[in-house]
Design a binder for this molecule. Sequence first.
Ligand code: COA
Length: 164
Amino acid sequence: MPKIEIRYQKVRDAKRFFEIFNNSNFEFLSVIVKSLADEQKFLRGNHKKRKNNLEHNYAILYGTKVVGAIGVRIINYRNYIGEIGYFIDEKYWGQGIATKALKLIERGYLKKLHISRMQLVIDPRNLASIKVAEKCGYKKEGLMKKAIKLNNKKVDAYLYAKAK
Ligand SMILES: CC(C)(COP(=O)(O)OP(=O)(O)OC[C@H]1O[C@@H](n2cnc3c(N)ncnc32)[C@H](O)[C@@H]1OP(=O)(O)O)[C@@H](O)C(=O)NCCC(=O)NCCS
């Protein structure tokens, strides 16, 4: 089985991320990428956001292939809280890639950022993501009313968290 790794995102990942967004059924992901140019713009902003400790975004590699992304957004008013998001190319679902990527980001990176509380905000219908959270030891803390926007509609979401 190819090795699963994470590394900082590069601007040249834009094409691959855009392809993944267009070819996968991301029913419960609130992020929308409208164009390749938008994706490039987002990736160009990564360096500054990392330097300012706002967001730390990684590409997920399966062997040499980029198959998804995982990132942590620092909740600014308490900079020891990180909110994590991820997606995987649909063709690669069900192989433990997101679970491994979440473990990698926790072990290798979050420690360095002094994050002691990690959160995941998940649509209750997103059973695959709930499974990933639970396999990584996150506990459900509650249902947040109208916490995410999906297809222009605000919907409730579970808050999963882990504190060290
Ligand atoms: C959520 C997501 C990242 C999971 O990626 P993945 O690499 O397939 O995840 P893993 O293989 O590590 O684990 C998924 C688990 O969910 C299970 N699963 C998948 N669909 C399921 C379903 N409908 N019901 C119950 N379990 C399900 C899988 O069997 C697997 O569990 P197992 O290892 O015990 O068999 C992927 O589905 C995705 O990119 N979804 C779209 C984006 C998204 O929703 N991101 C999360 C936003 S909170």
